[in-house]
Design a protein around this ligand. Sequence first.
Ligand code: NAD
Length: 316
Amino acid sequence: MGVLKVKVAIAGAGAMGSRFGLMLSQGGVDVTLIDGWKEHINAIRENGLQANYNGKDVTVKLPVMLQAEVDCAEKFDLVIVFTKSMQLAQMLHDIQGVLGEQTKVLCLLNGLGHVETLEKYVQRDNIFLGNTMWTAGLTGPGKVKLFGSGSVELENVGDGKQDDAKQLAEFLSASGLNASYSDNILYSIYRKACVNGTMNCLTTLLDCNMGQFGATSTAHQIVVTIVKEFAAVAKVEKIDLDVDELIAHVESCYDPSISGHYPSMYQDLIQNKRKTEIDYINGAISRKGRKYGVPTPYCDLITEMIHAKEELLGAK
Ligand code: NAD
């Protein structure tokens, strides 16, 4: 994958899509942003993508397309999907015109169960699944705040496509995205989902930050029970999560350097009245648990309570 020859589309150009779009563009890649939020697309079309990038103001001019108006004539070599989980199917439906037979699709969304959605629109050999530690925040239409460093791990979904996955990682790294090939991406995805499946929903339900939750007398027992539910479900899928390490990993969120943070689900629902990705985190564990005959009472209740909170707050 020579950087200059690859035509990339970012499908879902919110906070994270904008980060990847900006970094790839700065790496010399031909990138187009596709998104469904009209005001955001119009702002980028008029003023460029305006980023506060590690403290510096940067404006990048990028081609943009509204997802409902995707031009079928143009096929991309690589599409990086970066919607919220519940927007993925609609995005894939809307962008079918730009997916050619050779188009690779990389999914870096948080949460579980995205391959099932991707497979409805993309052949398995072209699907790559990943996990990223980069972060990003939208500050308004066309404006993002990008701070700190991160990494990407990714793996092929199609059998025998390891070399393609390794090339894709090299391609992303050429633009500073610090990507590597993983031979067990589902482990990393489950590991991150355990953090989201505890810190995100519990701070949202309890209206507190991570440190405040961690300081309660019941925090440890709640975290242990949820992580064990994730591990029991993962085990049926032959992914052996190290429960003790995961609990320590989740509880590292109480470190004073980050404990004041309100996770993204809190920001989405409590601060911005937006619907959450709960159905792809604890909700995915509930669904899988029912399918596999594994009880997941904490994940079941948390999923229902987050949905109730979405309704109470009129989330959209
Ligand atoms: P985002 O909410 O910034 O963007 C997702 C979509 O929602 C985009 O299409 C965006 O245009 C749209 N959107 C955002 N605000 C809107 C508004 N006010 N009105 C209408 N539409 C709006 O989501 P994100 O943070 O980029 O996350 C994308 C995926 O990456 C998710 O699965 C998330 O969990 C994951 N992720 C996020 C981060 C992060 O730091 N933000 C880090 C790692 C993984």
